[in-house]
Design a binder for this molecule. Structure first.
Ligand code: VGL
Length: 200
């Protein structure tokens, strides 16, 4: 069975947010019809969403008065419970079965570092308990949390595809490098039209 992981489609990673990607809102808005079509075709019996969910993530946030380097230190973003941490309204959250939160007290790029909202279950266990052997990954940001989640999914033994047009990068160059790195470890790169289009 193949599950879908929707990575960090949150307001702060979309235009208007504190760590906006150029294509974040576009991805959120494209995900909703994709998910409706995919689920109506029975493609994804389970859909997991991840959220960056920071309380005090240490040096993941640039220190006050310091410039973030946008590699390891970042503007304040996705603070637990704030609007910036909420799912982007373009995403129909009724399509997501469970949310996994990550990064409360340190940087956490991979959804596999997270835990089920209100519980302790890991994403890997939750997926296996539901019979998932394969996962598709999409969301934000291609070059950080999507990449880390896809690489961990491979390491956890899942067969992994990334839906490239349903991902938004921090930088275009970083996104291209990330796709290469993912492909190198065996992630298959697909496009949403291959999965739900008229010729799918
Ligand atoms: C992310 C940078 C910092 C992401 C999270 O969701 O990809 N990127 N924190």
């Amino acid at each position: 069975m193949r599950a879908l992981i929707v990575v960090d489609v949150q307001n702060d990673f979309c235009p208007g947010g504190s760590l906006a990607t150029a294509r974040g809102a576009e991805v959120a808005e494209a995900l909703t019809p994709f998910l409706r079509e995919a689920r109506s075709r029975g493609l994804y019996p389970v859909v997991a969403g991840t959220k960056d969910w920071h309380i005090d993530p240490g040096d993941h946030f640039a220190a006050e008065g310091q410039e973030p380097d946008f590699e390891e230190s970042w503007p304040v973003h996705c603070v637990a419970g704030t609007r910036g941490a909420q799912a982007h309204p373009g995403l129909d959250t009724s399509m997501v079965d469970a949310w996994f939160l990550k990064g409360e007290h340190s940087a956490a790029y991979s959804g596999f570092e997270g835990h089920l909202e209100g519980a302790r279950d890991s994403l890997a266990q939750w997926l296996r308990d539901r019979g998932a052997t394969d996962v598709d990954v999409c969301g934000i940001a291609t070059d950080f949390c999507v990449r880390a989640t896809a690489l961990d999914a491979v390491a956890e033994g899942f067969r992994v595809r990334v839906i490239s047009d349903l991902c938004a990068p921090v930088t275009a160059g970083g996104g291209a490098v990330a796709f290469n790195q993912m492909a190198y470890v065996g992630v298959e790169l697909v496009e949403s039209g291959d999965l739900v289009g008229p010729n799918a």
